[in-house]
Design a protein around this ligand. Structure first.
Ligand code: HEM
Length: 425
């Protein structure tokens, strides 16, 4: 079957009655206390939900959506589906907590007007020219990491490579001094870990502490940048401080600090996982690896396919703020919705042979960066990082091989590895 697969309707994808096995999967489905097998491979569960119960009601009354067309419709409709998370996060974190303040002030979890103001400021610094100018520095960084790994003959792809790239890129974007960057990944992981649908007291405490330490650091950095502003065309922090010029509104101190934290987090673990997941897929699918080695120009569609196949960000959320209709069913105001990107990206209504990794797939309308008003602001940068990191890694080590078991992080929202040991040949 060709992989030119615009929205063809696969009869097998229409909701059907559940087989005994699917019915059991659906009946027991919850995001709490998931078995290891789900973290290893959530796709059979997603497939069962998508083919038999695509608008699935969870035990808590919220909806779990798995179809591409439903996600697209919701992303587009910001009138009915809000990104504001105050209602959800107040009971989750406690409305006096720093985690609550952080997440409910981040642009991604807001509607206009805060969302519009902050998004405009960030997007302005991530224009195509600014990103193109980052390329030589990025190549030099990646080559330096590859040199270090080559000298040793083995590496942990996550620790030694994938996680080392985004921290430098985002650090440069906010002009964070190099010597200050070491704690950024730990803070970011702790804060993002607390976004899991269910969290332990320990994870919550770690997240709370990370926001406090991050804020403490940023207060000093911002005070310094106010005294010595950077280049507002390039430095996102200077742009956020200066706001939109004499006529524009400035961000409050809390909005400024919390959105700096968000930007540092948003481009961090997601891009680490794009690089780690992409290289792991090349280990798992040797014929696709050979195809890419034979035709390095395929790196562009390959990155899109890695994003589709193992989306770094698997889940998103919205809240219904005006009664809405989904597939003929009325969804009342107040309903919480989980959008399963990982499932939508394997929807056979949109992708032919969705279980097949095809690095030349075209078109590839995946939703790894979401779509609509909140579509990822950093997608051009993430794609560039992915292309340079994976393309140059493969050119240097075409025969890299697994050197031990890979370990996946036990998280449902952010999909990626904590460790991926390889020998480099
Ligand atoms: C592979 C890497 C990445 C993936 C998969 C990813 C994914 C996403 C997704 C799915 C959203 C939408 C969330 C929602 O509304 O539910 C988002 C938003 C966002 N991302 Fe990314 N992202 C990546 C890299 C980056 C990078 C490198 C940056 C910046 C340096 C970045 C900055 C942002 C920002 C600022 C938003 C909020 C946009 C808004 O609310 O208007 N992301 N990202």
């Amino acid at each position: 079957m060709p992989s030119t697969d615009q929205t063809h309707v696969d009869p097998a994808s229409a909701p059907r009655s559940a087989s005994g096995e699917d019915a059991a999967i659906i009946r027991h489905f919850t995001l709490k206390d998931l078995p290891d097998s789900f973290y290893d491979d959530p796709y059979p569960t997603y497939r069962a939900l998508q083919s038999t119960d695509p608008i699935h009601r969870m035990p808590d009354g919220s909806l779990f959506l798995t179809r591409h067309r439903d996600l697209e419709a919701i992303y587009k409709d910001t009138t009915r589906f809000s990104s504001d998370k105050k209602v959800e996060f107040a009971p989750k974190y406690g409305d006096g907590s720093l985690l609550f303040q952080h997440h409910t002030t981040s642009l991604v979890f807001n509607d206009p007007p805060l969302h519009t103001r902050v998004r405009r400021l960030i997007a302005g610094a991530l224009n195509p020219r600014a990103i193109a100018e980052m390329e030589p520095g990025l190549i030099a960084l990646v080559d330096r990491l590859l040199d270090n790994m080559q000298a040793r003959g083995n590496a942990d792809i996550i620790e030694d490579f994938a996680s080392a790239i985004p921290v430098e890129v985002i650090g440069n974007l906010l002009a964070i001094p190099h010597e200050d960057r070491a704690p950024l990944r730990g803070w970011s992981l702790a804060i993002l870990g607390a976004l899991e649908p269910f969290l332990s007291q320990e994870v919550q405490t770690r997240g709370e502490r990370a926001v406090a330490e991050f804020l403490d650091y940023l207060r000093r950095l911002v005070a310094d940048r106010r005294r010595r502003p950077g280049d507002a065309d390039r430095d996102v922090l200077t742009r956020l401080i200066e706001g939109e010029g004499a006529t524009g509104e400035r961000l409050s101190e809390t909005e400024l600090l919390q959105n700096c934290i968000f930007i540092l987090n948003a481009g961090h673990e997601t891009t680490t996982n794009l690089i780690g997941n992409g290289l792991e897929l090349l280990l798992r699918f040797p014929e696709q690896r050979q195809r890419l080695i034979g035709d390095p120009a395929l790196i562009k569609p390959a990155i899109e396919e890695f994003l589709r196949y193992e989306s770094s960000n698997q889940l998103g959320n919205r809240r219904v703020v005006q009664d809405a209709e989904l597939d003929g069913v009325t969804v009342p105001q107040g309903t919480l919705i989980t959008l399963c990107i990982g499932a939508a990206n394997r929807d056979s209504e949109v992708f032919a042979q969705p279980k097949r990794l095809d690095i030349g797939r075209s078109p590839n309308r995946h939703l790894a960066f979401a779509s609509g008003a909140h579509a990822c602001v950093g997608l051009t940068l993430a794609r560039l990082e992915g292309r340079i990191a994976i393309g140059r890694f493969l050119a240097r080590f075409p025969n890299f091989a697994a050197a031990g078991p890979a370990h996946r992080a036990r998280r449902v929202r952010f999909r990626g590895f904590t460790s991926l040991p390889v020998t480099l040949i």
